[in-house]
Design a protein around this ligand. Structure first.
Ligand SMILES: [Zn+2]
Ligand SMILES: [Zn+2]
Length: 338
């Protein structure tokens, strides 16, 4: 497998047009549509000046790095350095197209061993959060930053099982003009609770697409019409839910798909409504949504791992939706996993 097959050299991503113009079939759907930006993260070498997943953040040298001070075990897990080395080995195996030899297999297994790698760190000790990604408003249509800000940065604690919520995620809104000297080396805690919290560096290829509200959240009469229109007997005929409503993968804005739990409450603590800010996804595509695979990636769909470019794996079902208050993005966010 060459780098080109991984898609690293392609500059843009183009979602194929939908098999049917569903708003021509149901004009009232235009009231339940949004423009969404698919981020299309793909492996690369982003700098602090790029939007990225798993790349370095533009962080002022004189600003404290955020920490997780919640009480939970922090001494045991996998070593971050091991996670990264194992991934380099895996990428080599894939590129080579052969299985690891005995020596490599032994090393590989050693790298995956969990252990008490930070015996001196107590549950109440603060540890630096891990950078997940950053997104510049200039290159990402639909990224609505609060007044005066043009950059969204996302960090999380690399351990799960926080009290009352699984993931400890932090959103930072920033004005790039206010960043003086940037921090050269981002702090990292050497142990991670779960390998799936560690992103591999990806650049993004923002592309706007039109999405339509998740079927169960459409008005009842429209839902019934869509249901009657769907030809359930013909596998090849368009299916609203998988083909025409919500795009898979990482994205900014748009709609959530509630396949796992059915539509859930997204309460803003201030009583106002919330909007979907960011979707963090394990898979960019899977067997059920190949119709959304960008033209540039279609020859890569058979390559193992090509649909998990960030190496992040969230929740059992692979989607983490980060909602923010529609009135004030600084109000507490809300996370739903599906
Ligand atoms: Zn934590
Ligand atoms: Zn609010």
């Amino acid at each position: 497998m060459s780098e080109i097959e991984l898609g690293e050299c392609e500059m843009t991503r183009t979602t194929p047009s939908r098999p049917v113009d569903v708003e021509a079939v149901f004009p009232e759907l235009s009231g339940h549509a949004l423009t969404t930006t698919r981020l299309h993260p793909r492996r690369g070498n982003p700098s602090i000046h790029d939007s990225s997943v798993g790349g370095p953040l533009l962080w002022p040298e004189d600003e404290p790095w955020p920490v997780c001070a919640e009480v939970h075990r922090k001494d045991r897990g996998e070593l971050l350095a091991h996670v990264r080395e194992a991934r380099r080995m895996r990428d080599d195996f894939r590129r080579r197209g052969t299985d690891p030899n005995d020596e490599e297999r032994e090393r590989w297994e050693a790298l995956e061993k969990r252990g008490r790698y930070a015996p001196d760190v107590r549950p109440e000790d603060p540890i630096p959060l891990l950078a997940v990604g950053q997104f510049y408003a200039r290159g990402i249509p639909g990224l609505e930053a609060p007044s005066g800000c043009d950059l969204l940065q996302v960090l999380w604690c690399p351990f799960e099982r926080h009290d009352g919520h699984q993931v400890h995620l932090r959103l930072v809104w920033r004005s790039t003009a206010d960043v003086g000297k940037p921090l050269a080396t981002l702090p990292e805690f050497p142990v991670v609770g779960r390998e799936g919290y560690v992103p591999s560096p990806c650049v993004v290829h923002p592309e706007t697409v039109r999405e339509h509200q998740y079927v169960e959240l459409l008005p009842a009469d429209l839902q019934a019409k869509v249901d009657r229109w769907t030809n359930w007997d013909d596998e090849d005929s368009p299916d609203y839910q998988s083909d025409l409503s919500v795009a898979p993968g990482w994205k900014i804005g748009g709609f959530a798909a509630w396949n796992v739990t059915g539509p859930g409450e997204v309460p803003a603590h201030c009583g106002r409504s919330m909007r979907l800010l960011l979707t963090i996804a394990t898979h960019e595509w899977d067997g059920g949504n190949r119709i959304w695979v960008p033209v540039e990636d279609q020859r890569s769909t058979g390559i193992r791992g090509a649909n998990i470019p960030t190496d992040i794996s969230v929740s059992r079902w692979g989607k983490m939706y980060v909602f923010v208050c529609a009135e004030d993005a600084y109000h507490p966010h809300w996370i739903i996993t599906q």
